[in-house]
Design a protein around this ligand. Structure first.
Ligand SMILES: Nc1ncnc2c1ncn2[C@@H]1O[C@H](COP(=O)(O)OP(=O)(O)OP(=O)(O)O)[C@@H](O)[C@H]1O
Length: 283
């Protein structure tokens, strides 16, 4: 086991959250009356069509922006800015190129004044957990993109936040690396049960990882459906061929298809993307 404190805290609550952005003289309503909970100790996935406002929701929960309307609380406390109770991993999050992987993982806690020896041991364990044993002393540019992403996940986990927030962290990786990342991530989650909010636009990734999926509508975005994933843990790839999985995927693709059609009618979804969605639904 990792020496992580298992804290069954980190309940995130969104109540009637609305966000309006100004573009020149125009106002655009991005989010409208968005309400959902992120349950402590569970992995909640936010899934929605491109441009619906997933990253906007993350920015609000992270406290980088304030909502125009409504309220976001964590364990009952109003979010009014960023805080150490949350760690956010973006697709663009990068390791420090001048530090080894091990030094990168240690950086945050050491900066916070934690005991160096203890942090070093934890970093070594975490790197092993994400399949990077033997690569501790490599620099980021000496390992593959997928390995860098795994180190970034380890760097986020060592902070042991109440809530781990990930915004499409595996986007842009090739199919194989993405599959591996999902396996490593679900194993880390299953061991720590760290409250997690994970954003993706990939249905397979959502089902493989999630305890619960929040499906978002097209703009102005609100919650279209909340779906519990009945697959057992530990999650294993053979589950992706089960009947439960197939039925769930069909249902979710149907929901996304309806929303993508609205986006297409509004000119927000390109022809190529629309063709891909139609093909996915037909499959
Ligand atoms: N600071 C901002 N000012 C004005 N408009 C914004 C701002 N941030 C986001 N938007 C707009 O809000 C909408 C939602 O953007 P957001 O990035 O949250 O969507 P998304 O679902 O994460 O998209 P994708 O899946 O393509 O990453 C988009 O139309 C975007 O242009």
């Amino acid at each position: 086991m990792l020496d992580q404190t298992i804290e069954t805290m980190g309940e995130v609550r969104l109540k009637d959250v609305g966000q309006v952005y100004k573009r020149g003289n125009q106002h655009e309503i991005i989010l409208r009356k968005c309400s959902f909970d992120v349950t402590p100790g569970k992995l909640t996935v936010l899934l929605g069509p491109s441009g619906c406002g997933k990253s906007t929701l993350i920015k609000l929960i992270a406290g980088y922006e304030n909502p125009t309307l409504g309220a976001i609380t964590i364990d009952g406390k109003l979010v009014q800015g960023p805080g150490s109770d949350r760690t956010v991993v973006f697709q663009e999050t990068a390791l420090f190129p001048w530090m080894t992987l091990h030094e990168n993982i240690m950086f945050g806690p050491v900066e916070q004044g934690a005991n160096k020896r203890e942090v070093s041991e934890k970093a070594t364990k975490l790197l092993a957990k994400v399949g990077l044993k033997g690569f501790e002393n490599k620099y980021p540019d000496q390992v593959s993109g997928g390995m860098q992403r795994r180190a970034e996940v380890a760097r986020a986990f060592i902070n042991n936040p109440k809530v781990m927030i990930l915004d499409e962290p595996f986007r842009g990786l090739d199919h194989m690396s993405r599959g591996l990342m999902q396996e490593y991530y679900s194993a880390l989650f299953e061991e720590t049960r760290m409250t997690t909010l994970f954003v993706t636009s990939e249905v397979d990734e959502a089902i493989f990882l999630a305890d619960r999926i929040i499906v978002l509508s097209y703009k102005p975005t609100n919650v279209k459906a909340i779906i519990d994933v009945p697959l057992p843990r530990p999650r294993q790839f053979h589950m992706l061929t089960s009947e439960t999985y197939g039925n769930l995927k069909e249902h979710i693709l149907g929901l996304l298809y309806e929303e993508a059609l609205k986006g297409f009618a509004a000119g927000a979804v390109g022809t190529v993307e629309m063709e891909q969605i139609v093909e996915a639904v037909r499959r």
